[in-house]
Design a protein around this ligand. Structure first.
Ligand SMILES: [Zn+2]
Length: 181
């Protein structure tokens, strides 16, 4: 459940049968999150929030609610752009070089640009839309090559090299960017 607070913005309330008291933490999106016993009413949750306001301010590294909203918006736009582009780009290269995969999934993990699972699903990070085209293509070609080699062996890299001669440079350049949105 989410309650709205004038100071903290959207506050995530997790009702948990195991929790006895109220615990405050910061969610991955930078929002305030509170865990409360299962049968806590919204009214009571708000009261807990009010009586702990100062402690929350002092202890928790919360993001400004406006900043949260701006980030959510940016993510939404990026997702839209990614949906209109990445699956098609992947399909294009797969056809061009004779790969077959099962599904293309869009992700917004903070740590990786892409992945390829053993059930032939390729995940691509929506943050790829913020990269220069050559790097975006490199990530796609890298993940496609994993369809044939599920590791980073010599055979894998030589397959990548067949489709991107400058893969070493691209791999290095990629380290200057972060996939987090
Ligand atoms: Zn890899």
């Amino acid at each position: 459940m989410i309650i709205f607070d004038k100071e903290f913005g959207e506050v995530i309330v997790r009702k948990n049968s195991l929790s006895r008291g109220v615990k405050f933490s910061v969610s991955t999106s930078g929002r305030l999150s509170m865990s409360v016993p299962k049968y806590t009413s919204d009214f009571l949750a708000k009261r807990f929030l009010n009586s702990n306001r100062q402690a929350i301010r002092d202890k928790l590294p919360l993001k400004d609610p406006n900043e949260q909203r701006a980030r959510d918006y940016k993510k939404k736009i990026l997702m839209k752009k990614a949906k209109d582009y990445l699956p098609y780009r992947l399909e294009y290269y797969a056809k061009l070089y004779g790969y077959s995969y099962d599904k293309c999934r869009l992700s917004h993990a903070n740590t990786r640009w892409g992945s390829c699972s053993s059930n032939r699903t390729i995940s691509l990070n929506i943050g790829l839309m913020n990269l220069p085209e050559v790097l975006r293509d490199y990530v796609i070609l890298h993940e496609l090559a994993h369809l044939h080699h599920m590791d980073h062996s010599k055979a894998f890299w030589s397959e990548v090299a067949e489709h991107d001669r400058n893969f070493k440079i691209h791999e290095k350049r990629l380290k200057h960017f972060s996939p987090g949105v």
